[in-house]
Design a binder for this molecule. Structure first.
Ligand code: DAH
Length: 344
């Protein structure tokens, strides 16, 4: 039996040496070390041998088993490494292949414009604040000197949220001016804020009207604020945005919450004041409404108009990139056509 064991070991090791794949290796393991292997059978039948033979055969069989196991383990490691290497070789990267371009995101042209506008005013000492899109009738109208049945309500085609139209009705703000009241309710002068935000009007859309659009509101309240401060601030703003040479026009206008009220226009960027389709052949384009905060508005928020005065302005945002880039339809901004948006 000893002789058989020696032969078995020689044969097993010789076969193992020739193996190159992991499947063959497993088959080899089953053949020589598995439950039904000859070696296992010998180890289990030792009890029927005479005592002397049992000792020597048992010892030999066990060492052979250990040798086979150890050699198998070595072989497994060698094969595993070879396998890894060959798979790395096969998947070698070709660094000369052209790369795939990474597409980067960008800010919406209106976001870019809003940031630019706010930056100009921040440089002058204004703070940026924001307010709710869903507003009370009180802030959007009443507190701004636009009571129920005031004809100025017709200017704002309002999208109502509540059906009963009183002070406590909710609506989608038609302008950013309600934030003037909210800010003055919470702070005492000196106040200098700008408020960028969405506004909504119930209007048929066309090339120059959208039912959702942006405004930036401005408010400054302090002692000794005059119309000259308003004029200086807005002229400076126009120069920052449209260049030193752009002409700026300041004219009287009416808004219920300011007195006096003004309208600011710049010479048309397309025709430079000569007159064209874009400016309705007037040469001028209105960009904002403004004025001195009405004393009744100040009184409503407990600011004494005998001591304090202030100016306010409200500016339409979409119009600015439209003028600058010659965009002739406001609806392009919110149509989400990437071919349009990627140009900015
Ligand atoms: N809120 C006005 C509008 O939407 C614009 C406006 C005019 C705002 C005069 C003001 C202002 O602050 O003083 O048409």
């Amino acid at each position: 039996m000893l002789e058989e064991l020696e032969k078995l070991q020689i044969k097993a090791l010789a076969e193992l040496d020739k193996i190159t794949g992991s499947r063959e290796l497993e088959q080899w393991r089953i053949r020589y070390l598995g439950k039904k292997s000859r070696l296992n059978q010998i180890l289990h039948s030792l009890s029927i041998l005479p005592l002397v033979e049992r000792r020597s055969t048992g010892a030999r069989a066990n060492t052979i088993k250990k040798t086979l196991e150890a050699t198998l383990k070595e072989k497994e490691e060698i094969l595993g490494e070879a396998l890894l290497l060959s798979s790395l070789e096969g998947r070698r990267l070709d660094v000369t292949l052209p790369g795939q371009p990474i597409s980067s995101g960008r800010f919406h042209p209106i976001t870019q414009t809003l940031e630019e506008i706010c930056q100009v005013f921040q440089n002058m000492g204004f703070q940026v604040v924001e307010g709710p899109d869903v507003e009370w009738d009180y802030y959007n109208f009443e507190a701004l000197n636009i009571p129920q049945d005031h004809p100025a309500r017709d200017m704002f085609a309002t999208l109502w949220i509540d059906s009963d139209r009183d002070k406590k009705s909710r609506l989608l703000r038609t302008h950013t001016s309600p934030m003037q009241i909210r800010v003055m309710e919470q702070r005492r002068p000196p106040i200098r804020v700008v408020v960028p935000g969405r506004c909504y009007r119930y209007e048929a859309t066309d090339a120059t009207h959208e039912s959702m659009f942006y405004q930036v509101e401005g408010l400054a309240v302090d002692k000794n604020i005059t119309l000259a401060d308003l004029k200086g601030t807005l002229f400076d703003f126009c120069r920052c945005l449209f260049g030193e040479e752009r002409k700026v026009r300041f004219r009287c206008d009416y808004f219920p919450f300011v007195e006096p009220g003004v309208e600011v226009a710049i010479t048309c960027l397309t025709c430079n004041g000569a007159g064209c389709r874009l400016c309705g052949y007037s040469g001028w384009i209105e960009i904002l409404g403004a004025g001195m905060v009405h004393p009744d508005v100040l009184k409503r928020v407990d600011i004494d108009p005998e001591i304090y005065s202030g100016f306010a302005f409200g500016l339409g945002v979409e119009r600015i990139p439209m003028l600058r880039y010659g965009i002739d339809d406001i609806r392009l901004f919110y149509g989400n056509d990437l071919r349009f948006l990627r140009q900015f």
